[in-house]
Design a protein around this ligand. Structure first.
Ligand code: NDP
Length: 315
């Protein structure tokens, strides 16, 4: 690549969920002239949800994709340069950070804000894909409310599944927890909570074969992987809680991560182990994972980047 095509930036933001766009709003207003690369899924995980009813400031609720459109427009209003491209590679060796987009465009940035988010893991069934947002969801806290008084199923056996199953049990008439083995990996206390919830039934050694329905969930067909016995559960909601995967692969080897590949940040701050590289949102938070918390950490990352650039005499 010739020197000519290298672009020099003060602040690059990678990712376009609530964290990335909030960082962009703050960075633009602080005159950092940020460039934001949206990645493959502009707007992030919220674009695959329906109504968002728990984001403060929207008393009537808002559709996830519309909310992300609002975030984007607010960033654009203050001059963020938004590019609908993927960042593919980074090199954080020097004080100036090198980044390459999927088209090979090379960027040198003083500050980099990582807001690449996480992706829910799915079972991989065709019917799951077809009925996504039509009764299939990966977020009980976001969508459980729409199934109040109804019968639902949830797949998973970790802390998330246990937590979400008990959360759903408070809203729903009955919850079926589908566990693929004969034990759960959730913590003991969460398992106790599951076992002590009267309207929550655990189905051991149970896998989902198909989600039934055309425009909404009308039931699921499950199979016991020990006996081979098949049965149908009459549920109207189907939740998947089999873990999330942070979108952090390209930072491996550069940025310190937890065992589960979430980026390590200094507690209460957005600093990573690399000076001038900040992380926010679901790429570094596997605990809260809410739009509002992601937006909050996006703000923190932009403020930390601004202070860093100012201390270095760059702005
Ligand atoms: P985990 O990776 O811990 O658990 C995923 C679960 O999904 C496993 O039980 C796994 O089953 C199951 N699973 C995976 N693939 C399939 C499949 N195809 N079909 C059926 N089941 C499947 O993810 P979590 O999101 O639960 O937790 C992530 C991390 O966050 C953990 O460290 C957890 O402790 C933590 N956490 C903590 C909370 C808290 O402290 N309050 C709350 C929520 C999460 P198997 O066991 O058979 O592999």
């Amino acid at each position: 690549m010739s020197e000519k095509s290298v672009e020099r930036l003060k602040c690059l933001i990678i990712g376009s969920g609530p964290a990335g766009y909030t960082a962009a709003i703050y960075a633009s207003r602080a005159n950092l002239s940020p460039v934001l690369y949206t990645g493959k899924e502009p707007g992030g995980q919220l674009t695959i949800t329906n109504d968002v009813e728990n984001y403060p400031g929207y008393p009537e609720g808002i559709m996830g994709p519309q909310m992300m459109e609002d975030f984007k427009n607010q960033a654009l209003r203050f001059g963020t340069d938004i590019r609908y491209e993927l960042i593919e590679k980074v090199d954080f060796t020097g004080p100036v950070h090198k980044i390459w987009s999927e088209t090979g465009h090379e960027i040198h940035a003083d500050a980099v804000i990582i807001a690449t988010g996480a992706s829910a893991r799915w079972l991989g069934l065709e019917s799951e894909q077809k009925l996504m947002n039509k009764g299939v969801s990966a977020c009980a806290v976001c969508d459980g409310f729409f199934f109040r008084g109804q019968e639902v199923a949830i797949v998973g056996a970790g802390d998330t599944a246990a937590e979400e199953a008990t959360y759903l049990a408070k809203l729903c008439k009955k919850v079926h927890l589908l566990v693929r083995r004969d034990e759960m990996r959730a913590s003991k206390i969460m398992q106790d909570r599951v076992m002590n919830t009267p309207n929550l039934e655990v189905h051991w050694n149970t896998e989902t074969e198909e989600i039934l329905g055309t425009d909404g969930v009308e039931g699921i067909r499950v199979v016991n992987n020990k006996s081979g016995e098949k049965s149908t559960l009459d549920v109207t909601g189907f939740f998947v809680a089999i873990g999330h995967k942070p979108n952090t692969e390209m930072f491996e080897g550069w940025i310190d991560m937890e065992e589960n590949k979430y980026i390590k940040t200094v507690p209460g701050r957005s600093f990573t182990n690399v000076e001038g590289v900040f992380a926010c949102g679901d790429a570094q938070d596997h605990v809260y994972r809410q739009a509002v918390t992601a937006a909050g950490t996006g703000c923190m990352a932009a403020l930390d980047a601004e202070r860093y650039l100012s201390e270095k005499g760059i702005i």
